[in-house]
Design a protein around this ligand. Structure first.
Ligand code: TIU
Length: 232
């Protein structure tokens, strides 16, 4: 079993029982001109995660491992949108209203979809979730159960909101989570730092924190490592 460098201590990685879950890398959260930026957020804080996620996803796919993607959003009729969520923030523009890239956080709209750099392949499950956590009101848990997955490598945005909520939900359901600090992002640097600290504190109360380069090294096929080292 490969050991991956992590905090608070090394993660015993079992590729056959691990799934990569990429949280909410959606155009409305990450792209200039999207909903996130419209609310005054600095999307550059999230965009720095795109390239590390892209490299990780490429290596993960090359290794033939299991990957899932999530999107936060609602039905077009908004019947799964809690009124409290719609009104929160007292914003002029709410979820479901027309936004810069279609109706905000509504399934099927351009802004709700995943950024092209990380677009799912047809055989990769996409979990459409109405909440911040990926387990709430989705079939994620049954997908993981049927696949025999008990470890999650977690990336995406935002660190303190949908990533933390999903990790906490997973932890209560018995999954070991390894969160990759270079592949998760927050609009707020202080929340990025503390969002990660909260996961690994108290002996790993919710899980582990590591980096994508260590995961990529663990899943690379030996022939690729030999090539990188200058071998045949
Ligand atoms: N995906 C996710 O984190 N949804 C959010 O609403 N995040 C914020 O930081 N607002």
């Amino acid at each position: 079993m490969p050991l991956i460098r992590a905090e608070p201590y090394e993660f015993e990685f079992d590729p056959a029982r691990a799934g990569l879950i990429i949280i909410d890398m959606q155009r409305d959260f990450l792209e200039p001109g999207g909903f996130g930026e419209m609310l005054g957020n600095d999307v550059a804080q999230l965009r720095r995660t795109i390239e590390p996620n892209r490299r990780l996803l490429e290596a993960w796919r090359d290794a033939g491992l299991f990957v899932m993607h999530t999107r936060e959003g609602h039905r077009a009729d908004l019947s799964d949108l809690p009124p409290a969520k719609r009104m929160r923030g007292r914003s002029k523009t709410c979820i479901g209203d027309p936004g810069p890239m279609g109706r905000i956080l509504v399934r099927g709209e351009a802004g709700h979809d995943i950024i092209p750099e990380l677009y799912p392949l047809p055989d990769e499950p996409v979990i459409d979730k109405p909440g911040k956590g990926a387990f709430y009101a989705t079939d994620l848990e049954s997908i993981l159960k049927h696949r025999g997955i008990n470890q999650l490598v977690v990336t995406g945005v935002t660190t303190e909101v949908c990533v933390n909520t999903t990790v906490r939900e997973a932890n209560d359901r018995g999954f070991d989570c390894l969160v990759l600090e270079d592949c998760v992002g927050s609009y707020f640097p202080e929340f990025q730092a503390f969002g990660l600290k909260m996961i690994k504190a108290q002996g790993g109360i919710f899980g582990w924190v590591g980096t994508s380069s260590d995961v990529i090294a663990a899943i690379r096929k030996p022939v690729l490592i030999a090539k990188a080292a200058g071998g045949a």
